[in-house]
Write a protein that binds this ligand. Structure first.
Ligand code: SF4
Length: 282
């Protein structure tokens, strides 16, 4: 056992008004506080662990999760209020900005699944589901029902599973995630591959895989995307980890150039976005 635990707790709101990096989305929706993918040295780059939300419970990031047990009820009330104010048709929601909505506890708790049902009853302009988890396939029918109102953004940081095992050992395999992307697309769901943060990769192979299984790609890096020009990533000792793993040259501004060129050559420049411009493309 790895000590991960969850607590059910009532939240006071479902949707949080947003801005900053995610400007373009009116709201974020986080079904959970905390993220079990961060357990056991998983996602060492996750800067959410440095934010106040990571102190909602005692214990290491990843070892605890708070599940918002009344999420669907709150969401329904808030969407009804948005409809009444005439703002629902223009609203875009990013789910989730500080957790993974399809981490393992979701299998049992179904909070994200219940929220999808609410969105089918109260449509908004765009819902973006950001996850690294193949568990999202469980909800493929509900997601497909949202039609072009939904984007699934699947985190796949590298094409190299040895890199994935070395840096993010608790994440699902690359092959498994790419299979999920293909199955979502086969159901007509718009799939974005989030190469974020970009890990060491083989540019041409990564581009070929992306071209095969995504409608568009967003590339992000420690230096463009951690909200502090790389300071948070340095504080998380990502440079030290890369040095230990022999990846030194990859922890540098500009390390993404070769991959961006390969992706644009393969997919066309309109399907390849970078950092904030990509994540805010609703
Ligand atoms: S899945 Fe995302 S939120 Fe969860 S630990 Fe990893 S980077 Fe952080």
């Amino acid at each position: 056992m790895d000590g991960r635990r969850y607590t059910l707790r009532n939240a006071t709101r479902a949707l949080t008004p947003t801005g900053g990096f995610l400007k373009g989305f009116a709201f974020t929706l986080n079904p959970y506080v905390g993220c079990a993918f961060g357990a056991n040295r998983g996602c060492p780059y996750c800067y959410v662990r440095m934010l106040p939300v990571a102190r909602a419970e005692s214990g290491a990031w990843g070892s605890w999760v708070i599940a918002k047990s009344n999420l669907a009820e709150l969401l329904e009330l808030e969407l009804i209020a948005l409809e009444a104010s005439g703002r629902a048709r223009d609203a875009a929601v990013f789910c989730a900005s500080a957790t993974d909505p399809y981490q393992g506890f979701e299998r049992r708790l179904g909070l994200t699944r219940a929220a999808l049902e609410v969105f089918t009853r109260h449509p908004i302009r765009r819902l973006l589901l950001q996850t690294r988890s193949p568990l999202i396939e469980r909800d493929i029918d509900r997601i497909a029902r949202l039609g072009d109102r939904v984007i699934v953004s699947l985190t796949v940081e590298t094409d190299d599973d040895a890199v994935r095992r070395a840096v993010t050992p608790t994440s699902p395999s690359i092959e498994r995630r790419l299979g999920t992307a293909r199955r979502l697309r086969a159901r007509g769901i718009f799939v974005q591959l989030a190469i974020s943060p970009m890990l060491p990769n083989h540019a041409d192979r990564m581009a070929a895989l992306a071209g095969d299984c995504a409608d568009r790609v967003v590339v992000d890096t420690y230096f463009a995307g951690d909200g502090s020009s790389g300071r948070r990533s340095r504080a998380l000792k990502m440079g030290d980890l890369y040095a230990r793993l022999g990846y030194e040259g990859w922890f540098e501004p500009g390390a993404e150039r070769e991959l961006l060129a390969a992706l644009k050559s393969r997919l066309g420049k309109d399907r390849v976005l970078f950092s904030r411009a990509g994540f805010t493309a609703v």
